[in-house]
Design a protein. Sequence first.
Length: 254
Amino acid sequence: MNDPMPQSRPKRSRTGLGLLVLSVLTGAMILTHFATLRWSAPELVAARDRLALLESEIETLSQRLDSTRTRLAKAEEESRVTRQANRLLREEESARQAELQRLQGELDFFRRLAGTSGTQTGLAVYQLELTPSASPRVYRFVLTLTQNLRRSAITTGTVEITLEGTLDDRPVTLPWNRIAGDEMPTPTFRFKYFEQLDGFLTLPEGFTPMRLTVSLQAKGQKKPVTRGFDWARLTESGPPDPVADTPAWSGGRH
C-alpha cells in the first residue's frame, strides 16, 4: 500500500510560492503608487493653487463688471433726465420768446395807435397775414389797418392789392380783379382806430408771385398809402413780425 503524503507536499509548495509572488507584486504596485504620488504631488498642489487664483480673479472681474454696469445704467439714466430737462427748457424758452414777441407786437400796435412810437404815421398798413388754404393756389389774407388815435375822425377809402411776379417766364403785375375774380368787389375800409379786412387771393395757373403790394386810397387824401411785402416772407413762417418788417411807407401826416 502506497503512502499519499508525498503527492500533497508539492501542491502546498506551489501554493505558498504563488502567495509569495502575489505579495511581492502587490508590494511593488503599492511602492510604485506611493512613489508616483511623491513625485507628482507638488505639481498637483501648484495646479490647484493656480486654479484657485484664477477663480478668485474671475470673481473679482465679475464684481467689477457688475459695478461698471450699474454705474453705466445710472449714467445713462442721468443723461436721459438731463436731455429731457434741456428739451423742456428749450421748449419753455421758445414759448417765452414767442410770448414776448406777441406782447411786443401788441405794444407796438397800441403805440402806433396812440402816436407814442416817435412816428406820426396817420393811416397805415400795419400788418398782412397770408396763409395757404386747402387749394394749392388759393391763399387767405388778413389785412390790419390803423391810424393814430389823435385823429378823431373816421377814415374811409378803398384798398388796392396787386401781385408782382412772372407768368410764363414774363414779368407781370396782376391787379385785384385778376387775383380775386371779377365778382369780388374792391375792398373798402371805414374805421376810426383800426380795422381788419380778410379775403382770398387766387393765383393764375403758371404764375409765380414775388411781391404783394397794398395801396390805401383814403377819401380826402391825394397821395395813397402804400406798403410792399415780399411773398416768400409772407408764406415761409406765417404772419410777419410787425416790428421786424420794415415797411415802405408813403403818404404824409393826416
